[in-house]
Design a protein around this ligand. Structure first.
Ligand code: ZN
Length: 504
């Protein structure tokens, strides 16, 4: 596509000019057009001759680019090149980037641009919105792609948010603010102090309360038009179809693979769009899976990673603002689907890199052999997702490979000779560790096996018991028969043995 465009431009000797949304009223709605010239000034002159209405917005009386307009030649701001005299070549792309004033009433730094496109303004006589709603949704009502009709659609829409955590927080807040009429929330947790770094639905006074109780209060305060439906359950194969069937769109904000596959499969079976988002440390992913129009989650990831391979955010950490960004992107996709506007991320996976501040897009294709959404589906109902993800009874931990926090305390008090092995990351070790423990991060255990003896009793621990169980399975497979994992990790130690031990 890109290559074809370039070839055509080379052939006609023109430069592609990308027009920002606020200026498209003067280009008959065109987002991109072409203009001729050997340098930026000549291209802009040709452009404003083709579209005379643009001139006042782009150029001063003497033909210079206005201060509040940035012009990029390919990736470079012309201010850092040779400004208007910067030479252009066939195939180059000139992008006009106007300054935007943010949330102020003008919204755009062009006073004359604030008028809407003709013919799209809502007629008050046909409205059934109350005067309060007219006021509340006014910024939507004057927005060409929403308007009165769009706002009515939103008020009649039902969205299911699976997981009221980091992603679900901004999502639910923005969907409620936007006037999505019914928001279902699935979560059964209580608010923990460690949630508050990113789960902006909750405040300090909510700690210890059920999340959905706190969420409903916050969302109803934000917008009394919204009906909040609380599903205070774990989503399972038994209840998922009944719950999902009640909604138009499902947004996946979960933190575990079994639920992700369950949400996907229920959405495919019930023909519902599934707005997917995931986060880890500084990176996120966003896509829209709609098997009627594109791939599903299984087309992208046919199989889950083995348990323990991909650490959870509780183990690997997550930058507090990242779920805000990813959850908001999911919210934008949701609104577009409900309104039937724009290009949803169907068949595209957006990669968000907060550290590099970069967004990359990958094509996701429909897998012709997908067991669920392919032409010959082999799976026509929900399955056991714990088992599918390797977490089922088949892989339940061997009781002899575990030790409880209380048992470990007894062993230590009795003076039993043993090695305490901490397999967490160095940063976690620095936050606190058990006295006398040895530290070998899980990733380097294979190369430091020489430091461990098969003749000693070893108790492996981590934060929650997942990484230590994984390490024990690995060590036992190598003949370390006297190695055990601390069940529940340091969290359990803090709860059952030593409440003063710092948890994080
Ligand atoms: Zn599929």
């Amino acid at each position: 596509m890109e290559a074809t465009t370039r070839k055509e431009e080379t052939a006609t000797g023109t430069v592609e000019v990308r027009i920002p949304t606020p200026l498209r009223s003067w280009t008959q709605g065109a987002a991109r057009t072409r203009a001729r010239g050997d340098n930026v000034a000549e291209v802009l002159r040709d452009l404003t001759q083709q579209f005379p209405g643009l001139r006042v917005h782009l150029l001063t009386e003497d033909g210079r680019v206005r201060n509040f307009v940035s012009i990029f030649l390919n990736d470079e701001d012309i201010r850092y090149l040779d400004r208007e005299r910067t030479p252009v070549r066939p195939g180059d792309v000139l992008t006009i980037v106007p300054s935007i004033a943010g949330g102020s009433p003008g919204a755009v730094a062009y006073p004359s641009l604030t008028r809407g496109r003709p013919g799209t303004t809502a007629t008050p006589s046909t409205t059934k919105l109350t005067p309060e709603q007219m006021k509340r949704y006014s910024r939507h009502l004057i927005l060409p792609d929403v308007g009165l009709e769009g706002q009515r659609k939103l008020l009649a829409s039902k969205v299911l948010v699976v997981g009221a955590g980091g992603l679900g927080s901004p999502l639910a807040l923005y969907l409620a603010a936007a006037g999505v009429g019914t928001i279902g929330l699935v979560d059964f947790d209580v608010v923990d102090p460690s949630n508050l770094q990113r789960q902006i639905l909750y405040g300090t006074s909510d700690v210890g309360r059920p999340k959905l109780e706190a969420a409903e209060r916050r969302l109803r305060d934000l917008n009394p038009d919204v009906t909040v439906v609380r599903h205070e359950v774990r989503l399972t194969s038994q209840n998922a179809l009944d719950i999902v069937a009640k909604y138009d769109v499902v947004v996946d904000g979960t933190d575990n693979f079994p639920t992700r596959y369950l949400v996907n499969d229920a959405c495919v079976l019930l023909k519902r769009p599934n707005v997917y988002g995931s986060i880890y440390r500084f990176e996120g992913q966003v896509s829209v899976f709609d098997a009627r129009r594109g791939p599903c989650y299984r087309c992208l990831y046919p199989e889950p990673p083995p348990p323990g391979l991909v650490p959870s955010c509780a183990e690997g950490g997550v930058m507090g603002l990242l779920p805000g960004l990813v959850g908001t992107l999911q919210g934008i996709e949701t609104l577009k689907i409900l309104l039937g506007k724009g290009d949803p991320l169907i068949g595209r996976l957006l990669l968000v890199d907060a550290l590099g501040t970069s967004f990359r897009e990958l094509k996701v294709r429909k897998n012709p052999d997908c067991p669920l959404c392919g032409p010959q589906p082999t799976q026509k109902t929900l399955i056991d997702y714990e088992q599918f993800c390797g977490l089922g009874p088949a892989s339940a931990p061997d009781p002899t490979a575990e030790i409880s926090a209380r048992e470990l305390k007894t062993w230590i008090e009795e003076g039993k000779p043993l090695t305490l092995l901490d397999v967490r990351e160095p940063m976690e070790w620095e936050l606190g560790h058990l006295p006398g423990a040895r530290h070998i991060p899980r990733a380097v255990i294979p190369e430091r096996l020489g430091e461990l003896s098969t003749a000693e009793d070893i108790v492996v621990y981590c934060k929650m018991g997942g990484r230590s169980a994984e390490t024990v399975r690995f060590l036992r497979s190598l003949g370390y028969s006297r190695v055990k994992s601390l069940r529940g990790g340091l969290d359990a130690w803090s709860q059952e043995v030593d409440p003063t031990f710092p948890t994080y």
